[in-house]
Ligand binder design. Structure first.
Ligand SMILES: *[C@@H]1O[C@H](CO)[C@@H](O)[C@H](O)[C@H]1NC(C)=O
Ligand SMILES: *[C@@H]1O[C@H](CO)[C@@H](O)[C@H](O)[C@H]1NC(C)=O
Ligand SMILES: *[C@@H]1O[C@H](CO)[C@@H](O)[C@H](O)[C@H]1NC(C)=O
Ligand SMILES: *[C@@H]1O[C@H](CO)[C@@H](O)[C@H](O)[C@H]1NC(C)=O
Ligand SMILES: *[C@@H]1O[C@H](CO)[C@@H](O)[C@H](O)[C@H]1NC(C)=O
Ligand SMILES: *[C@@H]1O[C@H](CO)[C@@H](O)[C@H](O)[C@H]1NC(C)=O
Ligand SMILES: *[C@@H]1O[C@H](CO)[C@@H](O)[C@H](O)[C@H]1NC(C)=O
Ligand SMILES: *[C@@H]1O[C@H](CO)[C@@H](O)[C@H](O)[C@H]1NC(C)=O
Ligand SMILES: *[C@@H]1O[C@H](CO)[C@@H](O)[C@H](O)[C@H]1NC(C)=O
Ligand SMILES: *[C@@H]1O[C@H](CO)[C@@H](O)[C@H](O)[C@H]1NC(C)=O
Ligand SMILES: *[C@@H]1O[C@H](CO)[C@@H](O)[C@H](O)[C@H]1NC(C)=O
Ligand SMILES: *[C@@H]1O[C@H](CO)[C@@H](O)[C@H](O)[C@H]1NC(C)=O
Length: 398
């Protein structure tokens, strides 16, 4: 692989940067299989659906200018079967009297993360008289907007039984509300797009402190004021999806100032986080506390946001940090396709023990791979089409 940086440096359109080779396709296939096998909780299924969309069906993802509207009928080469299977399984199991897509989760927010896949299923259904997906998505939206407690400022609670704000919310809810709005269009759609943005803004107002990083949990019966790395990555990645949904919707021109703010808020998290990057490329589980272990899961999600932002903004400022982080994540995927050295996603403050896995961490690897591919494509749109768009190009094989 020694030839690779030289080759690309001489052909790249943007300022030359070292490029870290991507994951091999066989690694990604194993990571994907494991993700599908172990994703079980509501937010894991929602994150899996998003990761599978970005990985295998990029034309349908909000990062693509072709996202709105999706085709009315999906054909054999663009069928999104793995994504629609998650929507099918969720909607099939939904009790008729539940407004949320998954009942009794405790979190008001997490089930909404599956909503994007449910809306996609509705818009691409072969049978137009099937209202099941549309009703399920509408119920989920109604639950968030009308039945969930709010903070004094108007932030929708992450929890169902009390008002409590978690940084995780930003990945679970605003991208769903924005996607719903982008497809509705018109005045209703505009209001929903603004609501998605406002929830990002209100969450930032509540969670960000003078460090530039976000706390994990405020309000309610207990708090976690630490700058949890996964929470900061959820926030950055959620705001990025909202930015891209606004940017690719037919109403984009009405959301220029909102997009500019989201860009600034994402960059703030990236800049502050990478300032604390460890020598081996990682982020600590609590970003600014040196007593903590390096967490490969949050490192993967933050790196995906970094490559995406570089592609969208045509800048390479955080690419050296991202390349180092990508290398660390690659070294931490075992031969069976499991992410090693990830934080425990259920307790937040301890490493997984041997044999335990992080379903969200598996999804973050796929998000990272999709983002890396988009970045490579943006740096060199036509010089090496085989290497950058083909799934079997040399660049993809370590
Ligand atoms: C990206 O930025 C470089 C300069 O850094 C410029 O030459 C190039 O045209 C830009 N590409 C796009 C697509 O704007
Ligand atoms: C998660 O797994 C448990 C036990 O295998 C199962 O009962 C439950 O239905 C699963 N939940 C979802 C959302 O698939
Ligand atoms: C948009 O979708 C097309 C068609 O699948 C794909 O070639 C392209 O890479 C996608 N672009 C992005 C930024 O996802
Ligand atoms: C499948 O649908 C996509 C999106 O509508 C289209 O770009 C593609 O050409 C279609 N493929 C075939 C084989 O019809
Ligand atoms: C869906 O698409 C995949 C990948 O393009 C293909 O392998 C599979 O056969 C398709 N399934 C159906 C039912 O068309
Ligand atoms: C889910 O898929 C199964 C098998 O194709 C089908 O019988 C069922 O009606 C689907 N459920 C929904 C809600 O569409
Ligand atoms: C389409 O969906 C409607 C409502 O669920 C159902 O009554 C009808 O049988 C379906 N048609 C086909 C061809 O599956
Ligand atoms: C479901 O799809 C139909 C078009 O097939 C659309 O009119 C309706 O608004 C959609 N529902 C949602 C919640 O997006
Ligand atoms: C979409 O985002 C790009 C990059 O941030 C920006 O240059 C462009 O103006 C945005 N488009 C619209 C319609 O807002
Ligand atoms: C953007 O952020 C600034 C500073 O927080 C704020 O004053 C302004 O109102 C925001 N713009 C919009 C459209 O929300
Ligand atoms: C870092 O975390 C440890 C363990 O939770 C805690 O005891 C210590 O006070 C924290 N340090 C800072 C500067 O927050
Ligand atoms: C995983 O973390 C342990 C320490 O917790 C370290 O010894 C090991 O080298 C790490 N594995 C990799 C591949 O970085």
């Amino acid at each position: 692989m020694a030839w690779l940086p030289t080759l690309l440096a001489t052909t790249s359109l943007i300022s030359p940067v070292e490029l870290q080779p991507g994951f091999s396709e066989s690694t990604i296939a194993r990571v994907r299989t494991n993700l599908i096998q172990c994703a079980n909780r509501s937010w894991e299924l929602g994150t899996a659906a998003e990761a599978l969309t970005e990985l295998s069906w990029p034309a349908l993802s909000v990062f693509n200018k072709t996202a709105f509207p999706p085709p009315a009928h999906l054909n054999a080469t663009l069928n999104a079967t793995d994504v629609l299977a998650i929507a099918n399984r969720t909607v099939s199991a939904k009790p008729p009297d539940s407004l949320p897509l998954i009942a009794n989760e405790g979190s008001a927010a997490d089930p909404a993360s599956i909503g994007v896949a449910v809306i996609l299923a509705n818009w691409t259904l072969p049978n137009l008289s099937n209202q099941v997906y549309s009703k399920a998505a509408t119920d989920q939206l109604t639950y968030l907007l009308e039945d969930t407690p709010r903070s004094e400022s108007g932030a929708i609670s992450h929890r169902a039984q009390e008002t409590q704000l978690w940084s995780d919310f930003v990945y679970m809810v605003p991208p769903f509300i924005a996607y719903y709005g982008a497809l509705q269009g018109g005045e209703n759609g505009r209001v929903l797009l603004q609501t998605a943005y406002d929830q990002c803004r209100l969450y930032r107002d509540a969670l960000r402190d003078e460090s530039g990083l976000w706390k994990h949990v405020v309000l309610g019966a207990w708090q976690d004021n630490t700058h949890w790395a996964t929470g900061n990555a959820w926030a950055a990645a959620g705001m990025l999806r909202v930015h891209q949904t606004l940017n690719h919707s037919s109403l984009a021109g009405q959301f220029v100032a909102q997009q500019a703010n989201l860009t600034q808020w994402i960059n703030e998290i990236l800049e502050t986080s990478w300032a604390h990057q460890t020598a081996d490329g990682g982020l600590r589980n609590v970003i600014d506390n040196e007593t903590f272990y390096v967490d490969t899961a949050s490192t993967a999600l933050m790196t995906s946001v970094t490559y995406r932002m570089a592609a969208i903004q045509n800048t390479t400022v955080f690419i050296p940090a991202a390349n180092l982080a990508l290398k660390l994540v690659q070294e931490n995927v075992d031969a069976q396709g499991w992410l090693l050295n990830a934080t425990n996603p259920y307790t937040f403050d301890e490493q997984l023990k041997e044999g335990e896995h992080s379903p969200e961490g598996q999804a973050f690897i796929l998000l990272l791979h999709a983002a890396w591919q988009a970045f490579i494509q943006s740096t060199s749109p036509y010089q090496h089409p085989g290497a950058i768009t083909g799934t079997h190009g040399a660049i993809n094989n370590l």
